[in-house]
Design a protein around this ligand. Structure first.
Ligand code: SF4
Length: 260
């Protein structure tokens, strides 16, 4: 595991950053964060979900053979990109040997290959490849957020874990929403989770339509949620999600976010 304050490119924490040990700690520390950087720092050292803490650290110790020479991040993965974005991309949770290894969301796994290549084609990412937190990649007017920050076993967080982590996302949304005009939501779990987090952030959501690829929900305050099939291998290998489909989503998202 990479300790806080050791100079990793995505690490905004320090050894003195306060640590959440329960869902109520999450609400207290997330709600009192003065800005995005402090919120990121605090969430990156969170230990509120014992099962997920144990899993992320066990994976970081045992590693996959191909990455045996690497030091795994082994901590929660924060949102990443622009701190005052026009466009949000909301995923689900980090991958055990992707974000949990590299310390940056969608970095070092096949889902990220698809997502960042699409963001690059759309002019929203400086490069198509996202292999390491040291690779120089940056996003333009865009930030990727996630409803669950620790890699869950079998990619399945429990409802209690999802609800605990929503405190971090709600606080992050409160800080980001003044600039955000569109959120691309990857997958049905993310659609529901982002809706709940928006409600916790005090946003009037109304009755959201069910998730679907290309479905748009315009919230009363003007923010548009745009559904997109998740970039998981389950969808990209089977052709359920193709590059043209993804490109069409980001073209529409850029229009909605005023980035075209
Ligand atoms: S899933 Fe979220 S709330 Fe739970 S330990 Fe990780 S960062 Fe904390």
């Amino acid at each position: 595991m990479i300790p806080p304050g050791s100079g990793h490119p995505t690490d905004r924490a320090a050894p003195s950053t306060p640590v959440a040990h329960s869902a109520s700690d999450v609400d207290r520390l997330a709600g009192s964060s003065a800005g995005v950087a402090e919120s990121d720092a605090r969430s990156s050292v969170c230990r509120a979900c014992p099962r997920l803490v144990a899993w992320r650290e066990e994976v970081a110790l045992t590693k996959r053979a191909a990455y045996a020479h690497e030091q795994y991040w082994g901590r929660p993965i924060t949102g990443w990109g622009d701190d005052a974005p026009s466009l949000l991309v909301s995923g689900l949770a980090p991958a055990a040997h992707g974000g949990n290894r590299t310390g940056r969301i969608f970095t070092g796994d096949r889902s990220g290959d698809w997502l960042f290549a699409a963001l690059h084609r759309a002019g929203l990412a400086s490069q198509a490849a996202s292999v390491s937190a040291h690779d120089g990649l940056s996003l333009r007017d865009t930030r990727i957020v996630l409803p669950v920050r620790c890699a869950p076993p079998a990619n399945k967080p429990t409802p209690a874990e999802r609800d605990a982590c929503a405190g971090w996302l709600a606080a992050e949304l409160r800080l980001l929403l003044p600039s955000v005009r569109c959120a691309v939501v990857l997958g049905g779990f993310g659609w529901t989770a982002l809706g709940r987090a928006l409600v916790r952030a005090g946003v009037e959501v109304g009755r959201l339509p069910g998730f679907g690829h290309g479905v748009e929900a315009v919230l009363p305050g003007g923010l548009t949620l745009l559904g997109c099939y998740h970039v998981s291998q389950q969808n990209t290998f089977t052709g359920r999600l193709t590059e043209p489909m993804l490109d069409a989503v980001f073209a529409r998202a850029k229009d909605l976010a005023g980035l075209s």
